[in-house]
Design a protein around this ligand. Sequence first.
Ligand SMILES: [Zn+2]
Length: 500
Amino acid sequence: MRIVTGTISHETNVLSNIKTDLEEFRRRRLLYGDELFERFDGTRTPAGGIIEGCKLNGFELIPTVFASATPSGTVTAEAFDTLLGDILDGVRDAGDYDAAVLHLHGAGVSEEYPDIEGKVLSEMRKLVGRKPLVATFDLHANYTREMVENADLLIGYDTYPHVDGYERGVEAVNLTRRMLEGTLKPSKAFTQPPMLPALQVQFTGRHPMKRLIEEAHRMEETPGVETITVAAGFPWSDIPEAGMSFIVTTDDDQKLADSLAEELHDLAWTMRRDFLVKPTPVREALRHVMKAEGGPLVLADIGDNPGGGAPEDGTVVLGTILEEGLKGGVVAVIWDPEAVEKAVQAGVGETVQLSLGGHTDEMHGEPLSVTGRVKTVTDGKFVNEGPMGTGSESDMGPTMVMEIGGNDVIVTTKRLQPLDLQLYRSQGIDPTGKRFIVVKSSVHYRASHEPIAKEVIELDTPGLTSPRLAGFGFKNIRRPIFPLDVETLGITELKSMEDE
Ligand SMILES: [Zn+2]
């Protein structure tokens, strides 16, 4: 059997002023044909899982395009049209094939299409006809009717931090084989409770997401149930369908699929109060660090997470650290290509004066005027040791570590969410020896940082990924929706954090 594959992956934060053009895809990853094997064979990633799944089933895999950009603003029409055209051309050129297994994100928005995955799948459906069309998705996918109707199987991650992309890739190929053998005829039920959870409460390691995933796994044990996807959604795509979804897939049993989807829908709604978020004010957290014995305390700058489209050049936390005179920490990271350039010119060991960060927009703090010593300059590349994306390469671009006020500040040329401890070690920093670690990340950092953290604190920082969703003025998300419209939803007893 021959399987075609392709990827367009982007989590679009429509409020970001970083334009997502082809260059943004090239900056992170844009691969054609067999380059997919060179980059992903043997990695614990969704693409690695699709490759391995084909090997295990004795299938030949034909890669077309793999395009992934760091979360940022709306994808330009040119970029999306080019990438979609390249995938479709690749499929046309593949000759005889038996099925398509794609890896998509699920929260992409282009200038032309509010739902780029729906567009990819509907165009693919025209090409593949009645052959199986299967896709894996991120846990932050905003599923739409168009996606669900055009794909035979939609398989989302069960984890956030996303540590099961590889397993979902293998699963997608295994279920495709069943369709090809004629032993699986998918029936799907798709439901969306009126819920828009912030990222922090999408963490699958604790209640209430943990409960939903456990319930889905329990249901998957039911005879006839093939796969269940629980998606928490991505608010900043600002499309009507943004938010929570459930997709239950059975083998030719629509009634069973419908009733289980309804059950998950009701369970989520019953637990809605548990999806409210209460982060800690920055100064309060830093004073707690001062009094704490031992370390490291991990402080999550959840408002400035590049993994959700924030610029990663926010200065609020570093500024407050310097005001409070706190020492012995590491800040991961501040994106500032110009600052790195200046440090490279000055040279390692030199003291430089910089206007650091705060350059992208008005939401993430002012540029900080700092003086510090350039400790190291590297190419910013490292291989992830996991548990996320184990074996795949990360690239921060030319990167410097600057000592500012007794703290190590990692300054990068590319935006990259700090989620792997190799990020520090590749810069000569031992994270376990630090008093505190600031990470610009919502949840992903937990997979690698929790095992070394004395304590984890989520900081109430401003920014494009802040959990204070009511402040963003979303225009297109379906209403009413919890927690944005607690009044209209008839749950006036609730005090969401936005009401305070
Ligand atoms: Zn995600």
